[in-house]
Design a protein around this ligand. Structure first.
Ligand code: URA
Length: 231
């Protein structure tokens, strides 16, 4: 799809539209092998070079991040340091913005996906698609008997809600440690499910999202995924 040159550069986070005019006047921008002179020229992103380099990820981004604890999944700076600060500055300035696919709490670590493709956000967060997400939790008390059956039963109604939670799979790892597989993503869902049965979650880490795992990725690090990872 062809777009105005100045808009293209601004949307991909290179510079403002006003600055794009200066970049073009300085001869830094080429279209189809010739130096561009018109910020309003309509062009396909694949034909553009800036400082001799092709445009950065013009079709979009999909990232897998190992979220450390202590960062929020919010664009609102008033909520504190965010996961977006881990990304290269140019990606932080893209429009549409790079956003998280669902959220992890500030105190939760683990696998977090980010993208600037809104259709991916909708597809992967919609409960209709039932993408399984696995969380590992440590608890302040022993797991009560019958918890696996309760979570699997699809009857647990959380405080303040009317719809029961979808069936969730509990895998007990120890007296105070378990993995829980959810196919939906309600607010603080894992913490609230355990709290409803008298267990406070002490640590929470997402180990898996659909077919994806963190592998050897260190906390705070990310890797790029192909845009067609989910088909
Ligand atoms: N459930 C929670 O309680 N917190 C998270 O961060 C994710 C799922």
């Amino acid at each position: 799809m062809s777009r105005r040159l100045d808009q293209l550069l601004a949307n991909l986070g290179y510079c403002s539209r006003r600055e794009a005019r200066a970049w073009i006047d300085d001869g830094r921008v080429e279209v189809a092998g010739r130096v561009a002179d018109d910020p309003g020229e309509k062009t396909a992103p694949g034909l553009v070079r800036v400082d001799g380099e092709p445009l950065d990820r013009p079709d979009g981004l999909l990232l897998l991040l190992h979220k450390p604890t202590g960062l929020v999944c919010s664009h609102d700076g008033r909520e504190g340091p965010s996961v977006y600060g881990l990304l290269p500055p140019r990606w932080q300035r893209r429009n549409p913005p790079v956003t998280t696919i669902g959220r992890l709490d500030k105190d939760t670590s683990g696998l977090l996906l980010l993208t600037d493709r809104s259709e991916l956000v909708h597809r992967l967060t919609s409960p209709k698609h039932k993408v399984p997400k696995i969380y590992r939790a440590t608890l302040d008390a022993d797991l009560p008997p019958g918890l696996g059956e309760l979570f699997a039963g699809g009857t647990l109604v959380l405080r303040g809600e009317t719809e029961p939670c979808a069936p969730a799979d509990l895998r007990v790892l120890g007296p105070r440690e378990a993995e829980l597989t959810l196919t939906e993503g309600r607010y603080h869902q894992v913490r609230r499910m355990f709290a409803s049965q008298g267990c406070e979650v002490l640590t929470l880490h997402r180990v898996r999202f659909g077919p994806l795992e963190l592998g050897a990725l260190a906390p705070g690090a990310w890797r790029e995924l192909p845009l067609d990872t989910f088909g």
